[in-house]
Design a protein around this ligand. Sequence first.
Ligand SMILES: [Zn+2]
Length: 102
Amino acid sequence: MKVTCPHCQEKMSPKDIKSINKNSIYVEKQCPSCDGWFSLNKRLTKIKTLGMTLLLITSLLNIFGIKSEYSIVFSSIGLVGVLVALLITFIGKNEKVDKPSQ
Ligand SMILES: [Zn+2]
């Protein structure tokens, strides 16, 4: 799959990418022709993180038995979070490069 740089519109194949920064929550890649950094699927990563956070919170609430009369509700919300995360992961493989936000 060819990747298009959002800065210089140069097309590159993933093996041409100079370096990858995995330190941030988004995986950032450096363009070989203009040295600009860009990341794929930034918007989707946000939604995915939200889904996983939702699952984490509801799981914790269930584990510690907080408001246990609502545990079915928490479990349902957590399930939705997982489904969203899975869906986003699947969609993310087909998403185009986001335009730089700055
Ligand atoms: Zn570029």
